[in-house]
Design a protein around this ligand. Structure first.
Ligand SMILES: NC(=O)c1ccc[n+]([C@@H]2O[C@H](COP(=O)([O-])OP(=O)(O)OC[C@H]3O[C@@H](n4cnc5c(N)ncnc54)[C@H](O)[C@@H]3O)[C@@H](O)[C@H]2O)c1
Length: 309
């Protein structure tokens, strides 16, 4: 997708740096061979390596997908411990080798907390440049509304994913609209079923990752890759006028979310910078959900710190 221009646009040549661990070196080389065979006109080079320093050298965009999956019998703390040490090491490599204005997108789980650890161990990378992926959840919410109303997904906009990329995330449609022949209409008015919006819709989006794993026996791949491209494309090239997207970003205290967490907010992007959409009305139902997912992130943060001690 990146080599076809889906991430940075159809006129932007790219050099791909791909990192994996030693046991995956042969398979990584196979990916490199396929990239060459696909003869992508935009692809100006491929670096396939197991050396994290080499992988990070001069990169402008870093998409962090490497992680340690949860295996049978592993406690949450064990998975956290494996992943925070990966992100601590990769933070230093990025800080030392990447372009000074590198934009970082953390995909691997626990995505918000991995991003937070990366930020803490790469202090010279501006905190505004370190984000995590909740665009997949955002796109899933758009998809559920489009299915429910039988409208084109491209006509639905301004859903929000608040908080953690986990089952406590809060998919919020209170400000979402659909473009119809009669103009933009609120999703709540068109769905006309608050019961569904406040229960089944939310749990379907929250549990969608697990549903995909159950069906495919593998975690989401196509939709995750496509959302990662959406995230970087909008960040670099800007969001369309009048619409926002969800990104996991470093909290500045907006909406009463404590600073020092990587939390998913509605953002607009312009000239390579994101800003949190301000002034949205938060009702009591939403307030409880925003706080619950923040609480989980506070606990993850302290668990991550305890793993590093
Ligand atoms: N945020 C999201 O929306 C979202 C969506 C899908 C998947 N994910 C997460 O993304 C991650 C990747 O998912 P996947 O299905 O591609 O998993 P995967 O196991 O297929 O791929 C992970 C890759 O990372 C590599 N790796 C492991 N440790 C590494 C290290 N220290 N340095 C470099 N590479 C390393 C592995 O060898 C493997 O090739 C998982 O953590 C998954 O939970 C997040």
């Amino acid at each position: 997708m990146i080599a076809r221009g889906a991430m940075l646009g159809p006129d932007q040549p790219v050099i791909l740096h791909m990192l994996d661990i030693e046991p995956a070196a042969e398979s990584l080389n196979g990916v490199k061979m396929e990239l060459i065979d696909a003869a992508f006109p935009l692809l100006k080079g491929v670096v396939a390596t197991t050396d994290v320093q080499e992988a990070c050298k001069g990169v402008n965009v870093a998409v962090m997908v490497g992680g340690f999956p949860r295996k049978e019998g592993m406690e949450r703390k064990d998975v956290m411990s494996k992943n925070v040490s990966i992100y601590k090491a990769q933070a230093s490599a990025l800080e030392k080798n990447a372009a000074a204005d590198v934009k970082v997108l953390v995909v691997a789980n626990p995505a918000n907390t991995n991003a937070l650890i990366l930020k803490e161990f790469a202090p010279s990378i501006p905190e505004k440049n370190i984000t995590c992926l909740t665009r997949l959840d955002h796109n899933r919410a758009l998809g559920q509304i489009s299915e429910k109303l039988n409208v084109h997904v491209g006509d639905v906009k301004n859903v929000i994913i608040w908080g953690n990329h986990s089952s406590t995330q809060y998919p919020d449609v209170n400000h979402a609209t659909v473009t119809t022949n009669g103009g933009e209409k609120p999703v709540r008015e068109l769905v006309a079923n608050d019961q569904w919006l406040n229960t089944e819709f939310i749990t379907t989006v929250q549990q969608r990752g697990a549903a995909i794993i159950k069906a495919r026996k593998l975690s989401s791949a196509l939709s995750a890759a496509s959302s990662a491209c959406d995230h970087i494309r909008d960040w670099v090239l800007g969001t369309p006028k009048g619409s926002w997207v969800s990104m996991g970003v470093y909290s500045d205290g907006s909406y009463g979310i404590q600073p020092g967490l990587v939390y998913s907010f509605p953002v607009t992007c312009e000239k390579g910078q994101w800003s949190i959409v301000q002034g949205l009305k938060i009702d009591e139902f939403s307030r409880g959900k925003l706080d619950a997912t923040a609480q989980e992130l506070i606990e993850e943060k302290s668990l991550a710190h305890s793993c590093l001690n």
